[in-house]
Ligand binder design. Sequence first.
Ligand code: AQP
Length: 334
Amino acid sequence: MTRQRLYSGMQPSADSLHAGNYIGALLQWRDMQSTYDAFFSVVDLHAITVPQNPAELREKTRRTAAQYIAAGIEPSKSTLYVQSHVRAHAELAWILSTITGFGEAGRMTQFKDKSSRYGQDSTSVGLFTYPVLMAADILLYQSELVPVGDDQKQHVELTRDLAERFNTRFGTTFTVPEPVIQKDTARIYDLQNPASKMSKSAESEAGVLWLLDDPAKSAKKIMRAVTDTEGSVRFDRGAKPGVSNLMTIYSALAGRDLASIEDEYAGRGYGDFKKDLAELVVAEFGPVRERANALLDDPAELDRLLAVNAAKADAVADATLADVYDRIGLLRRA
Ligand code: AQP
């Protein structure tokens, strides 16, 4: 039986990924790669929708790919590649932009949020068409499933609309994908400000657990994480967001349910709980960090792996793009 096709990606927008990216995405990707025919991309073309330093972008792209592999995404099992290595992404995005309504793109809440943050003069057209590029990413591979966070659901809905519109106008060309929305228990919040999600672009680093941080630093961040005055390890996202967030991280890394964690720490203070969590985080992230650093010590080998995978992606993407060009009436080059 053929495996269902799955597509997901992350932006190379920081030197290190964080606990949210790891628990909310990488751990799930790792589990899914055996069951699905998975394509995992480092979406550098998305990252440049906001200004990037060229040398740093190159480095962050390698670092992001290294962390995918270090976290267990196997480049021999999954197609793990860099988005800009496969030219079809930009080409299909252009075609799809010609069937996307201006108003339709303007309704995307992520664009509205980001553009109001940056101001009109600093908002690029690329940021506006970001969801169209994401649609191209997904549709090029005839993806059936797209694991995403809740905030990306609207973009997958736009992708579905564009696929259906194209299929209606030009004949069935694209698979219409389904989003796989991350469970609430996979969402990780900032350790200092548990009302906000943990983010690569957080204003302060104190609340962000970086995958590549020095272990002692990660432990310190956990010991200093915001809690509350109640003193009991109990899950209640509304009333106890800080403790609940730490419990979510504990549960994901230890593979234990929240009730058993509550039982274990009943009648004990936050100190013990935080100390154990810090040990868990160090034990989990430490080997990932070592593997990522070893991969980064040999950039030529990492680049070679990425090139092999880009060729695998090219083969699928080029076939889709050729079909699209024919259907819309672009004259073939002789
Ligand atoms: N806090 C989080 N909890 C759980 N999952 C998270 N993801 C991101 N933050 C959390 C998941 O990680 C994947 C990568 O997403 P991305 O690189 O497109 O960036 P993002 O979602 O915008 O993440 P950041 O960290 O907030 O990046 P910046 O600051 O660059 O925008 C996605 O699967 C996402 O759901």
